[in-house]
Design a protein around this ligand. Structure first.
Ligand code: HAM
Length: 425
């Protein structure tokens, strides 16, 4: 039996990296004051149809949708924003005194895409959402948090690409201009784009197949259709990024694949050599109007998400080793029946006292047990032999210095705790 296509097992050796990265991301959220939200992995299909948008690739082609035994249409979440907004509305978080509501999540998402390097069918997104403020400094904060996270993990080859999709009016004007521009070429565009031209013309700009069509280069830019309010908004967002010294590039063709965006849209790319074909590490933007679409009061929102898979790929591409310690505090070597019994008791007590302990479970000889301790990179080996048991004593070997001493049995916990305190902090 094999795991389904587009999924992966994260095994010991790699799971430590995940834990490290997730802890780092959680800590960054603490500093920016985003609180964790955990929503269900499946939702009513309608949430994503309304939230992500009927005309998107995600809803049209990529959702894991099934009928449950009660006849309801259920979908495994393809992203986190719609669920977060649903929860915000359902739990009336807008009524809490602290606003805006700043949330983060880490969890698996599901999309039926063609699997390739950096594109899975089950992947883990870390994302944040700030609901309840349309201050441009929140837009800048969201991008700052994202860049901060990557940089703190050691990434250097990053590019923040930014665009404004404008407000409703600007988008409408731009949309009409796009329809006018592309309509004479409709027959030359791919089948998907012919549909997009009717349903969501903006997405034509995002097409991989038609990207070299001559009409693409001359397509009307959203930046020329931003009205005064939208233009001012965009200027303020950029000014806030400037204040923080965060470099960015404006790309008027950045449209994003989800329907809910307006004003700020951004992506962060890896420019590391050998990163692979998909260079987008994360994406996000503003979605004023989405809360109303999902049945809540008028509330603006902005957020972004990244997958941990692509983050780890970028770290690898840049040759960054995470500072993960692969060691064991203490290994207990026991020889003989009485010693084995003592090893069971001592390991229990040491673990209760906070020491990381392992022992032999395969009746290995002394040499084999020491080898096991070595393989586990044990810092200390405690030896319990017949002689030690007779004398109510233990031998302790410091594996780094090779130094070995004998101690009364009841002193070992205090001894190890003291020795390890420095290194374990
Ligand atoms: P998205 O651009 O669809 O946006 O996905 C965001 C990130 O999720 C991508 O940049 C990538 O890191 C990761 N990702 C997406 N699909 C896959 C996949 N098949 N395999 C691996 N990683 C993947 C959203 O999902 C929005 N909800 C982001 C957002 C939050 N906008 C506002 N708030």
């Amino acid at each position: 039996m094999r795991a389904p296509r587009g999924t992966q097992d994260i095994l010991p050796g790699t799971s430590e990296k995940w834990q490290y990265v997730e802890k780092k991301l959680t800590d960054i959220c603490r500093r920016y004051n985003y609180k964790e939200i955990r929503t269900p992995i499946f939702e009513h299909t309608e949430l994503f149809q309304r939230g992500v948008g009927d005309s998107t690739d995600i809803v049209q082609k990529e959702m894991y949708t099934f009928e449950d035994r009660g006849g309801r249409s259920i979908t495994l979440r393809p992203e986190g924003t719609a669920s977060t907004v649903r929860s915000f509305v359902q739990n009336k978080l807008f009524g809490l005194p602290n606003q805006p509501t700043k949330l983060f999540y880490i969890g698996p998402m599901f999309r039926y895409e063609r699997p390739q390097q950096g594109r899975l069918r089950q992947f883990v997104q870390f994302g944040i959402e700030a609901l309840g403020s349309d201050d441009p400094s929140v837009d800048a904060e969201v991008m700052a948090l994202a860049m901060n996270a990557y940089e703190e993990l050691g990434l250097k080859s990053l590019k923040l690409v930014l665009n404004s999709l404008g407000d409703k009016q600007s988008r409408e004007d731009h949309k009409n201009a796009l329809v006018q521009h592309f309509s004479p070429h409709k027959e030359e565009l791919c089948a998907d784009c012919q549909v997009r031209l009717d349903q969501n013309p903006l997405r034509v700009l995002d097409c991989k197949k038609d990207k070299d069509h001559p009409a693409m280069a001359t397509a009307p830019s959203i930046l020329d259709y931003l009205n005064e309010t939208s233009r001012e908004y965009f200027e303020k967002v950029k000014a806030h990024l400037d204040v923080m010294g965060i470099a960015y590039e404006v790309d008027p063709n950045l449209v994003r694949g989800l329907d809910y965006y307006n004003h700020t849209a951004f992506e962060i790319m890896s420019e590391a050599e050998g990163f692979g074909a998909i260079t987008t590490l994360s994406g996000g933007g503003r979605y004023n109007g989405l809360v109303e679409d999902i049945g809540g009061p008028e509330t603006s929102g902005i957020g972004f998400a990244m997958s941990i898979e692509r983050l780890l790929m970028a770290l690898e591409a840049e040759g960054i080793e995470l500072p993960i310690e692969d060691s064991l505090d203490c290994y207990i070597v026991a020889l003989g029946e009485r010693a084995e019994k003592e090893a069971v008791r001592l390991s229990y007590q040491l673990r209760q006292a906070g020491v990381q302990v392992d022992k032999d479970y395969l009746q290995r000889k002394m040499k084999g047990q020491f080898k096991a301790a070595d393989r586990l990179h044990a810092k200390y080996v405690v030896v319990l032999g017949e002689r030690e048991i007779e004398q109510d004593a233990v031998s302790v070997k410091d594996m780094k210095s090779g130094e070995q001493i004998e101690l009364p049995l009841d002193k070992i916990i205090g001894f190890l705790n003291k020795k390890l305190a420095g290194g374990n902090e």
